[in-house]
Structure formats: structure tokens, C-alpha cells
Ligand binder design. Structure first.
Ligand SMILES: Cc1ncc(COP(=O)(O)O)c(C=O)c1O
Length: 400
């Protein structure tokens, strides 16, 4: 409930915020109001130190570094991410390639595991890279894509599933509206028809609790450079539930997915467990940065992060209703907190131009066509006064 429309009200909320101290753990430009952590998360100070040490290790140890912990990083950081963020027991998560490539690998493996089935189900509002990868797979294999017009809802989905469904895939939190999909209900529906479900967790990992094991999710991928603060282009992760690992074969057979890769043997023989979902040499510098981001989330705890994410978005929605609605700005995210992730979509017909003006004024949100400005409210680095400043700047842009 909004008690004050003044900046003091926001400052009072910051004063009571149990996670407030985490902001100091990031490199923050005091002249900027950064509201785009859902696109590229802030840089943790710990990452700066870790990368310095790692670069020194590279300089001093050279190729010996591979035997001094580098080769284990994809599985090690994957397990840490699984435990702190994804609700996944050890041995089911690995850090691999970009989200696009990870998505391709698991979607392709899932389709191979359901031969004879001809349909892929997703929604038209899903993130473009996911849609494009699916279009490519469908074209190459002669499959049909069943497009849901709205964000995934179990009741609507149930009617579109059947014995032809091979693969169903949605984003857990929508990149546009921040709507949270009902993971447990959707996993159950998809399993009922014998298809495989693949989640894109890019906008939920590190912002809302996830229980992949508990919700019986078979497959998931996601970015590490948003709420996990892994840095620009940081590698993504793949989760494959333990029971599926021996059934699925990913399509890019590289040496690091092979059993005993340094034997350089003839013929590909897949390695057991999540190692078999890897392909080539892991990006060690980037992986170390992901590790630091994940450690910060683990330290803060996902429940505390979620509580602050709810408080920040509630505050943003209340300010928008009170201050921006009279100027024609609508809330394009769910109003029910249980269905909303950690960003708020603000809808206005002049969104593109307004977003450019905000950036000129030192407030950094982002624009999503045709009419949405996203305020990304990363719980560990965003203050309530940042929300207040962002809303005031948008009011000024609307009046200017
Ligand atoms: C839901 C979702 N999936 C995938 C991606 C990007 O994939 P990649 O890291 O391969 O560019 C994004 C980027 O914003 C995203 O929001």
C-alpha cells in the first residue's frame, strides 16, 4: 500500500529493506538510474576481483590451468546454480553455450526422443530466439508449430495438446509482460500426453523461486547475464532431469561431450550425465563471472530476493497508477503479484520515443516494440528511490 507519493516515502522503504546492503556489492554509477538489470545485470565487485585473479592465473599457469580447476567449472557452477536458483539437485545442470545454442540442443534432443510425433507447441509472444530456433527445427524436420496466441495458461494449453505433440516450450517469465507461467500445472499436462516440456528461465532465474525437481520439469535453459549478473554474453545453462539424461542425445557432438575426451579416440561415445550435453571448450573467464553472480544470489537467498522483487514491482505499479496513468501510461504486467516477475511493463503509444528521452536523462530502462517500456527491478541492486526517480523522469518526459 502506497503511503506517500514523495521521494521520502521511497527512502523510507529503502531504510527498511533487509537486502539494501547488497547494492554496495555492485559497481554502480551514481549518476545513472539503472532499470535494465533484466536485460544486463550489474557488475558485482567480486567479479572484478575474480577475473583479475583468473587472468593472473592464465598468465602464470598457462595451459596447466585446465588441470587446476578450469575443466570442472561447467558442472561445478551448474550445480551451484541448480541448488541456489533452480531447485535442481546436483548432477542435472551444466553451464554451456549461449541460450540460443543451449535451447537448440535441448529442443533438438527432445524432438529426437519423440519420433513420429509431428507438433511443437509454443506461444507467439515467446522470446524471438526461441521462436526462430523452433521454426528452423520445424522446417528441417517437416514438423508443425502450434502457436498459442496468448501467454501460456494451462486451460488453453490442454486443448492444444495430444498424441501428436512432441515438444512444448514456453518462457517461465515472459520477457515482455513479466507474467509467470504455472510451471507445475503445465509440466503435468505435457507429461500426460507423453510430450517433453522445455522451459526458458531467462527472466525467472535469480528473480523468482523455481523448483524444477519439485515441479517435475524435464528440461530447461536460461541466460546468466540478467538477474544472475554473469556479464555481457555470459554462457547459458542447461538442465536435464536425471531420468532423461541417458535417453536424450544433444546434436552437437564435440570432443568435450565425449567420454574420455583427451584420449582423442576414434568415434563419438557420449559421456555420462550432463557432461554429454557439452560440446566444445568452456569459456572459463565468462564462467568465473557467472559463478560470482550465482554466489551472490545464493548468499542473499532467493526467498528474500523474491520478497523484494514483489515489493519493488508493487511500489512501481502503485506509482504508475497514481502519477503516470493520468498521462495515458498503462500497466502491461499482471497486477496479481503471484503472477508477476521482477520487471514492470509500462504501455504507452509513444513508448519508443519516451524510452529514448529517459536514457538521455540518465534513466536506463528498455523499449520493447510496439509500445512497452520495461522497468527491470533487480532486487539486489535496485532501490525504491530508483523506482521513484524512474517514474518521475517518465512523467517529465510525458509532459515535455
Ligand atoms: C527469454 C530469453 N531467451 C533467450 C535470450 C537470449 O539468448 P542469447 O543469450 O542466445 O542471445 C533472451 C535475451 O534477452 C531472453 O530474454
Amino acid at each position: 500500500m502506497l503511503t506517500s507519493l514523495e521521494r521520502d516515502g521511497a527512502a523510507a522503504l529503502d531504510a527498511r529493506d533487509p537486502l539494501a546492503g547488497f547494492r554496495e556489492r555492485f559497481v554502480i554509477d551514481p549518476h545513472i538510474v539503472y532499470l535494465d538489470g533484466n536485460s544486463l545485470g550489474a557488475l558485482p565487485h567480486a567479479t572484478v576481483g575474480r577475473l583479475k585473479r583468473l587472468v593472473a592465473q592464465w598468465g602464470q599457469r598457462g595451459v596447466r590451468g585446465w588441470d587446476e580447476g578450469w575443466l570442472e567449472l561447467p558442472l561445478e557452477v551448474g550445480d551451484r546454480l541448480g541448488s541456489a536458483v533452480l531447485g535442481a539437485a546436483a548432477g542435472q545442470t551444466v553451464i554451456g553455450d549461449s541460450t540460443t545454442v543451449c535451447f537448440y540442443k535441448l529442443a533438438s534432443a527432445a524432438l529426437d526422443a519423440r519420433p513420429g510425433r509431428t507438433q511443437i507447441v509454443t506461444d507467439v509472444g515467446n522470446f524471438p530466439t526461441d521462436r526462430y530456433v523452433l521454426e528452423g527445427l520445424a522446417r528441417a524436420r517437416g514438423l508443425e508449430i502450434v502457436w498459442l496466441e496468448d501467454e501460456p495458461h494451462p486451460d488453453v494449453l490442454a486443448a492444444r495438446l495430444g498424441s501428436s505433440t512432441a515438444l512444448v516450450t514456453f518462457s517461465h517469465v515472459s520477457y515482455r509482460s513479466a507474467q509467470i507461467a504455472d510451471m507445475a500445472a503445465i509440466d503435468a499436462l505435457v507429461a500426460d500426453v507423453g510430450a517433453l516440456m522445455l522451459w526458458d528461465l531467462s527472466h525467472s532465474a535469480g528473480s523468482v523461486p523455481i523448483s524444477l525437481d519439485g515441479d517435475h520439469a524435464p528440461l530447461a535453459v536460461g541466460c546468466t547475464y540478467k538477474y544472475l549478473n554473469g556479464g555481457p554474453g555470459a554462457p547459458a545453462y542447461m538442465y536435464v532431469s536425471r531420468e532423461l539424461q541417458s535417453e536424450l542425445r544433444q546434436p552437437i557432438w564435440g570432443w568435450l561431450g565425449r567420454r574420455d575426451p583427451f584420449e582423442m579416440a576414434t568415434g563419438y561415445e557420449v559421456s555420462g550425465g550432463m557432461q554429454g550435453f557439452l560440446s566444445g571448450t568452456p569459456p572459463i573467464l565468462a564462467l568465473a563471472a557467472v559463478d560470482e553472480g550465482v554466489r551472490l544470489i545464493a548468499e542473499a537467498g532467493i526467498d528474500a530476493i523474491r520478497a523484494k522483487g514483489i515489493a519493488l514491482t508493487e511500489y512501481a505499479v502503485a506509482l504508475v497508477d497514481a502519477i503516470l496513468a493520468p498521462h495515458g501510461v498503462g500497466v502491461g504486467s499482471p497486477r496479481e503479484v503471484a503472477r508477476r516477475g521482477a520487471h514492470v511493463a509500462l504501455a504507452h503509444p509513444r513508448a519508443r520515443e519516451l524510452c529514448a528521452r529517459l536514457i538521455e536523462a540518465g534513466v536506463i530502462p528498455d523499449f520493447r516494440r510496439p509500445d512497452v517500456i520495461r522497468f527491470g527491478l533487480s532486487p539486489l541492486s535496485t532501490r525504491f528511490v530508483d523506482v521513484w526517480d524512474g517514474v518521475q523522469a517518465l512523467r517529465q518526459a510525458l509532459q515535455g
